[in-house]
Design a protein around this ligand. Structure first.
Ligand code: HDE
Length: 712
């Protein structure tokens, strides 16, 4: 008979009292394929026996890092209950030491992010210009996408005015392809050597380390007013694109021009675009500022909630394709200049696949924090160009991971493992987790039977043999890079009046936050070169004279309607409607409204004077937010079914009104709208006899995102 282990004190069956914690284990969720650690093998290539070591946790008992079971983790080992702690206590030291080292350096830029798993399905339409297998018709490829802000630290707020990162890892059968893009198609600088300059200028001031995650400060405006190639990107930041409503409602752009190569070896130049199925939508500035205090995790929460509720966000991947001519320009636009984009009206975006995000990460640190992107992670069929920004990026991303992730083996971290077979000759180094068999990590060899073998050009990644023009070694840029204003003029001219008004407000706000007069004046000179009318508005807001443009206008720019966010109708998946009600409201009507909203793929949140339920018994309605926990910015539209006199409800309605949200009232709610000073005849205010009569009208208004006619 095997000898039974003695019972561990405090565990069930041990005879000592148990803690009031659950003691029955439940099965953890199964890992996704890209969460698996590298398979372990012995030096002879045999698999290692034992439990599934790929998982972070096995078994149901608490153990040390070495697997020894523990019976107490609440008390350190002491000489008596009041005595000193003993150096012998390995569990204490292991637990505290590991904790002391739990943090890794945050990303130097894009530190704040949120991510999701998904799948990409190729349409096959890119086949004539790219041999990349994952773009083939109906080929499905797992993806992991990380969205981010650029400037803020890891714990900063989501809804700040900033560019957003949009980085996608495609785990293709031919190796991993990373599309490391932004939600703005142009960049601040033309040459990567300027990246530390723009980032140092935009980050908090080095003396007091303020302001956090903001561009509204002197060093940023000092730099961009002197370095005028940043003008177009700065203007995009000052537009609604700088404050997205949701990560699900952003476009993504590869920014740099890439190459695609087909099976015949022919090369085309391409620009990548992600088009969200829900359209491109933004917060308004006052709303964004309130959001950052009320819910700093606004975008992170929105993405996770939408995926969890089954409202999977989708984007179509598209390309603009251009002939790979020796001058690498299209319609006069230099394709190697990353401060320039090509209007869709000149080169249509052709859809090549669909991405659906359908799973949240299991562990933020393991996946979202440790994922390591690199624009040089390419597959056969996609290659880089000589864009001097892209060339510097090709160096930077690998370099930064080495200090951020503690050594050169970050590719072995589960989220970074390729799904293609890996057989490199990279060995050893910090955090090596692979057990490489064989004796000959070099080529040529005979001792490992010549392995690994080289692939033929038909399956290998082969750089496009681009002819190099005769040239001289120098530090300079082509003359076309001197044009710093045409794209900013084009973007501004393409915006609707509402969007232009937001741009004027944003410049006025940001420059109003600068202390140095000289910086405000110089920034106004730049704005004058975008649009004199815009400059006059900003100058008036700052109380300064408007300077005249210094760079001549050749002709008025031809607007690109695709650059405006306003004017179409979009699906409402995951949009949030607040319903103000109280115990005296007609609760069956409120319940009907809740049901209608949910049935239509949106989220109803009942706002009541107290928590718990409104009413009692069968017809009771659960309350989602109280007057204390709600704030207008959480809702895309508000319905009112109660005469609430609480001043916080008046603020709710006043803010929703100012932020151009649809508002509807029925029954006693009509009186509340009046009491809150909301004019019944204003655009986007609907009054009806019951909730169902309101529903169609409210959703029709929401499809245009906001009631812009109301903007004052
Ligand atoms: Fe990045 N960038 N970048 N960048 N970038 C990083 O890499 C860099 C640029 C972008 O969610 C860093 O792993 C240089 C353009 C995204 O993990 C770093 C230059 C675009 C992310 C780096 C640029 C981007 C990064 C910091 C100028 C849009 C977040 C942490 C030559 C096309 C990826 C890291 C994630 C991250 C360098 C310019 C997008 C330091 C030197 C242009 C979305 O390597």
């Amino acid at each position: 008979m095997p000898k039974k282990n003695p019972p561990i004190p405090g565990t069930p069956g041990s005879g000592t009292p148990t803690l009031a914690e659950p003691t029955e284990p439940t099965e953890p969720l199964p890992p996704k394929p890209d969460q698996r650690a590298p398979a372990l093998g012995t030096a002879t290539g045999q698999p290692v026996d034992g439990p599934d070591t790929a998982r972070g946790q096995q078994g149901e008992h608490l153990t040390t890092a070495q697997g020894a079971r523990l019976y107490d983790t609440d008390h350190s080992l002491k000489a008596g209950t009041r005595g000193p702690t003993l150096l012998q206590d390995h569990h204490l030291r292991e637990k505290i030491t590991h904790f002391d080292h739990e943090r890794i350096p945050e990303r130097v830029v894009h530190a704040r992010g949120a991510a999701a798993h998904g799948v990409f399905r190729g349409y096959g339409s890119a086949e004539p210009i790219s041999k990349a297998a994952f773009l083939g018709k109906d080929v499905e490829t797992p993806v992991f996408v990380r969205f981010s802000t650029v400037l803020g630290s890891r714990g900063s707020a989501d809804a700040v005015r900033d560019t957003r990162g949009f980085a996608t890892k495609f785990y293709t059968g031919e190796g991993t392809f990373d599309l490391v893009g932004n939600n703005i198609p142009v960049f601040f600088i033309q040459d990567g050597i300027k990246f530390p300059d723009v980032v140092h200028a935009a980050k908090p001031h080095p003396d007091r380390e303020i302001p956090q995650a903001q561009s509204a400060h002197d060093t940023f405006w000092d730099f961009v007013s002197l370095h005028t190639e940043a003008t177009a990107h700065t203007l995009w930041n000052m537009s609604d694109r700088g404050i997205p409503r949701s990560y699900r409602m952003m476009e993504g752009f590869g920014v740099n021009t890439f190459r695609m190569v087909n099976a015949a070896g022919e090369s085309s130049l391409v620009k990548f675009h992600w088009k969200p199925k829900l359209g491109v939508h933004s917060l308004v500035w006052e709303e964004a500022q309130i959001v950052n205090g009320m819910d700093p995790d606004y975008h992170r929460r929105d993405l996770a909630d939408a995926i969890e509720s089954g409202a999977y966000p989708e984007w179509e991947l598209g390309i603009q394709a251009f002939p790979d001519t020796p001058d690498q320009t299209f319609e006069g636009i230099d394709l190697l200049d990353p401060t320039k984009m090509v209007p869709e009206e000149l080169a249509p975006v052709q859809p090549i696949g669909l991405m659906t995000l359908d799973a949240n990460p299991t562990n933020f640190f393991a996946e979202t924090e440790q994922v390591a992107f690199h624009p040089g992670h390419l597959v056969p069929g996609i290659d880089v160009t000589d864009d001097p920004l892209l060339q510097a990026r090709l160096f930077s991303y690998l370099d930064t991971q080495i200090s951020r992730l503690g050594g050169p083996n970050f590719g072995q971290i589960p989220i970074n493992r390729p799904h293609a077979e890996v057989n490199d000759m990279l060995r050893d180094g910090m955090h090596q987790t692979g057990v490489h068999p064989g004796v000959a990590p070099y080529r040529p060899n005979s001792l490992d039977a010549g392995c690994p073998f080289l692939a033929g050009p038909d399956t290998a990644f082969v750089e496009v043999p681009v002819p190099m023009p005769e040239s001289t070694k120098l530090r300079a840029a082509p003359a076309s890079f001197d044009d710093h204003f045409s794209q900013a003029r084009l973007f501004y001219a393409s915006l609707s009046p509402v969007e232009q008004a937001h741009v004027a407000e944003a410049y006025t706000f940001e420059l109003g936050k600068c202390y140095e007069q000289v910086i405000k004046e110089r920034a106004l000179e730049v704005v004058a070169n975008i649009d004199p009318g815009l400059c006059e508005q900003v100058a008036a807001g700052l109380g300064l004279p408007a300077p005249a443009p210094t760079v001549a206008y050749d002709a008025a720019p031809t607007p690109s309607p695709a650059l405006s966010q306003v004017g179409a109708e979009w699906p409402l998946d995951g949009r949030i409607i607040g319903i103000v009600a109280d115990d005296d409201s007609d609760l069956s009507e409120v319940a009907d409204a809740v049901e209608m909203i949910g049935k239509n793929g949106m989220v109803p949140l009942v706002i009541g004077p107290h928590g718990g339920e409104l009413g009692s018994g069968k017809g009771a309605v659960p309350v989602s937010r109280t007057f204390l926990t709600m704030r207008s910015v959480e809702f895309d539209a508000i319905l009112v079914a109660a005469p609430a006199s609480d001043p916080r409800v008046h603020v709710l309605l006043a803010e929703a009104f100012r932020h151009c949200k649809a508002i509807g009232g029925w029954a006693a709610g009509r009186g509340l709208l009046e009491a809150a000073g909301i004019p019944a005849e204003a655009p986007g205010i609907l009054i009806a006899d019951d909730a169902s009569a309101l529903f169609d009208g409210i959703t029709a208004l929401m499809k245009s995102h906001r009631v812009w006619e109301r903007q004052v």
